[in-house]
Ligand binder design. Structure first.
Ligand code: SF4
Length: 209
């Protein structure tokens, strides 16, 4: 969803790694929301959109949020993975999805000029509560290792991703993500979903059956 700004108000989206909302950030958001009558929206990508910020208070609000460690969504940033709650808080969980998300962001978070429209989702078991199969890059834990899917999407014409790797370890997951993002970058003008690239003759992965 595109952000809707008006002549009087603006919005900003706070990135929430692994979908976690730190308490000091929560307290600051609550305080700002009370003071300026802001609206809050938890996005489908597990980020927090702060809406209705008076234009003249925008810089002040952002500075207060940044003061408690908030980082903001912006063009060209590497996409934060959407994750399920994972092993620590789900009895079906096979892996620590928050840790995997953190390792992905440690490796790729500093990349800039990432072309728009690719998303990443991580699931801690085949139930895939985070929609890994319906995401451009989906990583799903199984008892035998990670399966990786590419090209899934939702929207008006949903598509299940193609499984391209089976039984991977974490090092392989990082390697595959890098190849997919590099390929997307090389083949994309301004923006593109990964699914459009699956039938490119040079797509770097065959279907893993
Ligand atoms: S995908 Fe599996 S581990 Fe993750 S929340 Fe759903 S059931 Fe639990």
């Amino acid at each position: 969803m595109n952000e809707h700004n008006t002549a009087e108000t603006k919005s900003v989206t706070i990135m929430l790694p692994a979908g976690r909302l730190p308490l000091d950030l929560l307290r600051t958001v609550d305080d700002l929301a009370e003071r300026f009558r802001l609206k809050l929206y938890l996005s489908t990508l597990q980020n927090l959109r702060v809406m209705g910020i008076p234009v003249e208070k925008f810089d002040e609000v952002k500075a207060e949020l940044a003061g408690v460690g908030a980082t903001f969504k912006g063009p060209g940033r590497f996409p934060l993975p959407r994750i399920c709650v994972g092993k620590a808080d789900c009895k079906l969980g096979l892996v620590d999805t928050a840790a995997l998300s953190s390792h992905i962001m440690e490796r790729f978070g500093s990349r800039s000029n990432v072309k728009p429209k690719i998303k990443i989702a991580l699931a801690g078991c085949p139930a895939s509560c985070s929609g890994a199969l319906l995401t451009d890059i989906g990583v799903l834990a199984t008892r035998a290792g990670y399966d990786i899917y590419a090209g899934g999407k939702g929207g008006p014409q949903p598509r299940v991703g193609r499984r391209i790797v089976r039984q991977a370890d974490e090092a392989k997951v990082l390697e595959v993500i890098e190849k997919l993002v590099d390929f997307h970058d090389a083949r994309t003008g301004s923006k593109q979903r990964m699914g459009k690239l699956l039938d490119d003759p040079e797509f770097p992965f065959a279907e893993a059956v």
